[in-house]
Design a protein around this ligand. Structure first.
Ligand SMILES: [Zn+2]
Length: 481
């Protein structure tokens, strides 16, 4: 097997010889120069360790990309590197438009999850091309998409393109963990730098494939809200040789049984409705009929039951709460003085964690069980946040229409399917302040072989090139009117 780093020198040479937008420069040259640049940026980003460890440094990556942008012709005043601490600086760059429309904000995180050389087949911090695949930590999540956004922006700048709206790109720290989330920090301290009509996040590979065949293009337009709760029962305890009916463990587990049997109400929103409406067009006739039947008001009970047998359908049509940890007692020969559990909830947008806490109290229906909110920093609070997650934004035609068009052109027959993610990303922060946020990156991924956060993370080299060209065109379309 041959393995080697990418053709950095060749890429550099191409950049020097092709002046995009110059008279006589064929579009094909501009496209291949842009692909070479994207590859070069990816190689550079992968080589900079941006994990939240002693070896990692996000600022180094932010500075390196800032230098690239200045070299490509962006004025220094439009390229800012800023953040709360020395190692957690973020990059914000702006391509000025005519101001006819409000800006679009592109976001991508620069940090990656830790990767150990001994776990990998290749060095995770070196971009390696092998059998048509690009290997390296972050190729997928999400230095690949970062490189594509950067290369597209540079190409537009060098072509002298004047968009109808400013294009802002923020490459940020601590999406994966760490206490200095860049998107949150920028929103709190420099909202004016990144304020926009809508946000495009590249934090998801969108072309879902099976055995190499594209199935559909996933556009994430909403996310559930994450919340942990601690359930707790205390008891005076006693000697286990003389048991009494009032037992902290039994009280808690009876409550958990009631929770296990409970289902939060079925609820669709603008995004999940469109998800089932469009998915029905490419599903088997039986499943398609079920999907259309749950879109009716009221939804068809039988159809809902059949679809709800799949966890993925349950998770996007309801708030879910599930017990994930359990701890009780202090000695083998003592009645338990304490029993507690952690319940993890994924809340549908439009509802607040406090609303869910109140519902948990009703479902547990035993005043002996207290329910506290367990904040992300580990502290317990009597009440949970009462702010409701923003309901999903409407699917803006200025975002969706060009995407539909370009996807159909690039992958004939492929459908854009708007989706709600049960996970959470930086889109949570932008959505929380009311910025409509759409997440996609035009890269192929086989959901059965998703290596993000895992070993031997990779993307297909051909898909990376195609994705780079796709994103450039999309960005042009979305900012042309
Ligand atoms: Zn990510």
């Amino acid at each position: 097997m041959t393995a080697g780093p990418c053709a950095r020198l060749l890429a550099g040479a191409l950049l020097l010889t092709v002046v995009p937008g110059a008279p006589g420069a064929a579009p094909a040259d501009a496209a291949s120069a842009s692909n070479a640049l994207a590859r070069e940026l990816l190689e550079q980003l992968i080589a900079i360790n941006t994990t939240d460890t002693a070896r990692g440094n996000v600022t180094t990556a932010a500075e390196a990309m800032a230098q690239r942008l200045r070299t490509a012709g962006f004025p220094a005043a439009d390229v800012q590197v800023l953040g709360p601490s020395e190692r957690k600086q973020n990059l914000v760059v702006r391509l000025h438009g005519t101001g006819r429309q409000r800006p679009v904000l592109l976001i991508g995180h620069l940090d990656v999850v830790e990767a150990r050389r001994e776990d990998w087949s290749t060095d995770p911090f070196e971009l390696v091309e092998k059998d048509g695949e690009l290997y390296g930590r972050g190729t997928l999540d999400m230095k690949g998409p970062d490189a594509i956004m950067l290369a597209s922006l540079i190409r537009l700048k060098q072509e002298g393109f004047r968009p109808a709206r400013d294009i802002i790109l923020a490459l940020t720290a601590d999406e994966e963990g760490g206490g200095a989330n860049g998107v949150q920090w920028l929103l709190q301290h420099h909202r004016e730098l990144i304020d926009a009509q809508f946000v495009l996040s590249g934090d998801d590979a969108s072309v879902l494939t099976e055995n190499g065949r594209p199935l559909f293009f996933k556009l994430v337009a909403s996310e559930k809200v994450y919340a942990d709760f601690q359930l707790r029962v205390t008891n005076k305890g006693g000697h286990s040789s003389e048991p009494v009916p009032d037992n902290a463990i039994y009280t808690l587990t009876r409550g958990l049984d009631r929770l296990a049997a409970y289902e939060f109400p079925f609820e669709l929103n603008a995004v999940t409705r469109e998800y089932y409406r469009r998915l029905a067009d490419i599903e088997s006739p039986e499943r398609a009929a079920d999907m259309r039947a749950i879109l009716r008001d009221p939804p068809d009970k039988g159809a809902l039951e059949r679809l709800s047998q799949e966890a993925s359908n349950r998770s996007i049509t309801r708030t879910t709460c599930v017990a994930t940890r359990l701890e009780a007692g202090h000695a083998n020969n003592a009645l338990p003085q304490r029993a507690q559990a952690v319940v993890n909830c994924r809340i549908l947008p439009g509802h607040s964690p406090e609303e869910v806490r109140q519902r948990l109290l009703q479902v547990l229906s035993d005043p002996a069980i207290t329910v506290s909110y367990l904040a992300s920093d580990g502290t317990l609070r009597d009440e949970a946040p009462a702010t409701r997650g923003f309901p999903p934004p409407p699917l803006l035609p200025e975002v969706l229409a060009p995407l539909d068009q370009l996807v159909a052109k690039t992958w004939p027959g492929l459908k854009v399917i708007p989706a709600m993610s049960a996970g959470a990303s930086d889109a949570t922060h932008t959505s929380a302040v009311g910025l409509p946020t759409y997440t996609f990156s035009p890269l192929e991924i086989d959901p059965n072989d998703d290596r993000s956060h895992g070993r031997d993370e990779r993307i297909s080299a051909a898909s990376f090139d195609q994705g780079n060209e796709f994103f450039y065109r999309y960005l042009r379309m979305v900012t042309s009117r």
